[in-house]
Design a protein around this ligand. Structure first.
Ligand code: ADP
Ligand code: MG
Ligand code: MG
Length: 253
């Protein structure tokens, strides 16, 4: 059992002139393995900033608060150390990795995370199965990472990493964006398989409610202007689908 604990997290983005623009205004969130949380909020509310901050993106400066994974200080770790500690953050991986095939990339990532290379025989089978389940052409494994990938292929690759790396905590930022309905279903099924293992805590960040028709969150957090303004169960997502974010944004501004 693992716990990701975010306490009073305050984050500013570093602007090109060197100024700091405050974005996160004190975020509190606890995610345990086996739980699925959805963070939902309007565009520009700071959802990606939260994901990037936990990933260790250099553009974001932590100005207050803590993030721990099973008591260990995540904010002190390098990006690699975060991955080895069991955090999966899709955006930590480069947009394109020239000359590195999907198969090699996944094997290298698996080796880095586990501290030992996966067994050759079982690994090939696992890879094949993951690709089959995500309805990917086997030839995909030989393509270079993210080179010319369509939006759907990028997301499938992201979920393939998630299924093969088996992290303690996974943060998926806008995994639903740009997917047609078939790809959304395939990707959601992958997330649900990970969920059903009970070993991974999932934090789904999304603006829209449609992915939550396929993946039922245990907890929903409404995120507005850099903080969580309301929390509830799956019924809160349904309410947001019907009413939008108007009343939160209106109340705040
Ligand atoms: P969301 O993911 O909820 O749409 P973001 O975290 O992307 O929100 O952005 C939150 C706010 O921070 C926005 O006002 C955005 O313009 C600002 N912001 C984020 N990153 C940067 C950046 N690199 N430079 C300037 N402003 C930024
Ligand atoms: Mg909780
Ligand atoms: Mg975003």
């Amino acid at each position: 059992m693992s716990t990701l604990e975010i306490r009073d997290l305050q984050v500013s983005v570093k602007l090109p002139e060197g100024d700091l623009k405050p974005i996160l205004a004190g975020v509190d969130l606890t995610v345990k393995s086996g739980e699925t949380h959805a963070i939902m909020g309007p565009n520009g509310s700071g959802k990606s900033t939260l994901a990037y901050s936990i990933a260790g993106h250099p553009k974001y400066e932590i100005t207050g608060g803590t993030v721990t994974l099973d008591g260990d200080n995540v904010l002190d770790m390098t990006v690699d150390e975060r991955a080895r500690a069991g955090l999966f953050l899709a955006m930590q991986y480069p947009v394109e990795v020239p000359g590195v095939s999907v198969a090699n990339f996944l094997r290298t990532a698996k080796t880095a995370v586990d501290g030992e290379a996966p067994k050759l025989r079982t690994w090939a089978g696992e890879l094949r199965k993951a690709m089959e389940q995500l309805q990917m052409d086997p030839a995909f494994a030989q393509r270079n990472v993210n080179e010319g990938f369509s939006g759907g292929e990028k997301k499938r690759h992201e979920i393939m990493q998630l299924e093969l790396l088996k992290p303690k905590m996974a943060i998926l930022d806008e995994t639903d964006s740009g997917l047609d309905i078939d790809a959304l279903r395939v990707v959601s099924e992958g997330v649900n398989r990970v969920r059903e293992t009970g070993d991974t805590g999932l934090l789904l960040i999304t603006h829209y409610t449609r992915i939550l028709r396929y993946i039922k969150p245990d907890f929903v957090h409404v995120f507005v202007a850099g903080k969580i303004v309301q929390e509830g169960g799956p019924e809160l997502a349904e309410q947001l689908e019907a009413e939008g974010y108007e009343r939160y944004v209106g109340a705040r501004v």
